[in-house]
Design a protein around this ligand. Structure first.
Ligand code: SAH
Ligand code: SF4
Length: 386
């Protein structure tokens, strides 16, 4: 095994929700905070609901288009507030319809956000951090040097931008292009839980963007102490990046395992609130040739997850320049899947999407950050919450 990587995260100041011109950006404020802003302006609380619907149902950015708000008040709102979008520094579309946006925030930091269309629906892969403090061996995001948490505003803005681009203001009842959200972009969402939680509450609000918790999946590398809170507070679907069935191997591949080993992780999965046959945990398992893809590994996986309402998502490894792994052969992946299926676990094999634009899982990396680190010493799992 190659020596474990080193983590050198830099904490930098979060940008305030104040726009460059001094106005407050109200995207990402909770309903309560928005109400408080309006009350502070001498307005009735119900105005917050009106604004909310214009912003999150209709996608309106110009206060002048809010026709049920008196003209005088529209001017007052425009003086004090802004409904902003971050800059898109690059947009790419794959031959398979997948789209990727490189989004630049006010402080110049960038994240990627990917839309993956399917026949009658589509998922948006949303980032929670710039980079990631963890250093899973097979993941490109983990090679980024600079790490900071995204604000609720910056997380919600990814969804708003995608809806702008997909023309889904207001969103149709059925057949939405943006029907699902996966917190599987850059970063470890449970290391930025407060912001992710605030953002997802806005995204789930039935009077706004209205994507239900059943259509939102949060993927974690295994931040055990936060898993229950995620279930209790958000009730979203959980995906766990497992990738190995022994502590020895998982310590190497997913270094947070050294802090929260498999027995603790599996206990947290067993206790995840609201699980049933219809609501399963997804175990993500990246297929690495000769590393974790043998039939014995598959059988050990079946034993490990016994008693959990689970499905397993086999992810063909997406290579990136300098990556120390290869993807398993199709035959090895099929053999692995058959063992899990025979044990009664749904086992979809993920089709890589948007490979031609480097939009596939684990390939996300902002163009602004090309600094590659040498991975040489032991990592320390670090929470960059502020
Ligand atoms: N940090 C979170 C969510 C983002 S990563 C997590 O680790 O779960 C989303 C998924 O992509 C994870 O399952 C991750 O392990 C997987 N992944 C990362 N790099 C990959 C690669 N090169 N090929 C395939 N999957 C990868
Ligand atoms: Fe971070 Fe997830 Fe990549 Fe691991 S797989 S380095 S936790 S983004």
């Amino acid at each position: 095994m190659i020596a474990a990587p080193i983590v050198t995260s830099e904490k930098i100041q979060l940008p305030p929700p104040v726009h460059a011109d001094g106005r407050i950006d109200i995207v990402g404020l909770s309903r309560e905070a928005l109400t408080a802003e309006l009350v502070a302006l001498g307005e009735k609380p119900f105005r917050a609901r009106q604004l909310w619907q214009w912003m999150y149902v209709r996608g309106v950015r110009d206060f002048d288009l809010m026709t049920d708000v008196a003209k005088g008040l529209r001017a007052k709102l425009a003086e004090r507030f802004v409904i902003a979008r971050p800059e898109v520094s690059r947009h790419q579309q794959s031959v398979d319809g997948t789209q990727k946006w490189l989004i630049r925030f006010a402080d110049g930091q960038e994240v990627e956000c990917v839309h993956i269309p399917e026949e009658d629906r589509g998922a948006l892969c949303v980032s929670s951090q710039v980079g990631c403090t963890l250093t899973c061996k097979f993941c490109h995001t983990g090679t980024q040097r600079l790490v900071r948490n995204l604000t609720p505003q910056e997380i919600v803005a990814q969804v708003m931008l995608a809806r702008d681009a997909l023309g889904e203001w207001p969103a149709p009842e059925g057949g939405r292009l943006l029907s699902n959200i996966v917190m599987m972009g850059m970063g470890e969402p449970l290391f930025n839980f407060d912001a992710v939680s605030a953002a997802l509450k806005i995204v789930m609000d039935p009077e706004g963007i209205a994507i239900s918790r059943r259509k939102i999946t949060l993927s974690t590398s295994g931040v055990v102490p936060m898993i229950k809170r995620c279930g209790d507070e958000l009730g979203v679907m959980l995906a766990v990046s497992l990738h190995a069935v022994t502590n020895e191997l998982r310590d190497e591949l997913v270094p947070i395992n050294r802090k929260y080993p498999l027995d603790q992780l599996m206990a947290a999965c067993r206790d995840y609130p609201g699980l049933s046959n219809a609501r399963r945990i997804t175990f993500e398992y990246v297929m690495l040739k000769g590393v974790n893809d043998s039939p014995a590994d598959a059988r050990a996986l079946v034993r490990l997850i016994a008693g959990v309402h689970a499905k397993i998502n086999l992810i063909p490894f997406n290579p990136w320049p300098g990556a120390p792994f290869e993807c398993s052969d199709d035959a090895a992946i099929d053999r692995f899947a058959q063992i899990l299926l025979a044990a009664g676990y749904p086992t979809p094999i993920r089709t890589p999407r948007g490979r031609d634009i480097s939009a596939a899982c684990g390939q996300l990396k902002s163009a602004s950050e090309r600094v590659r680190r040498f991975r040489s010493a032991a990592p320390a799992a670090e929470d960059v919450s502020t």
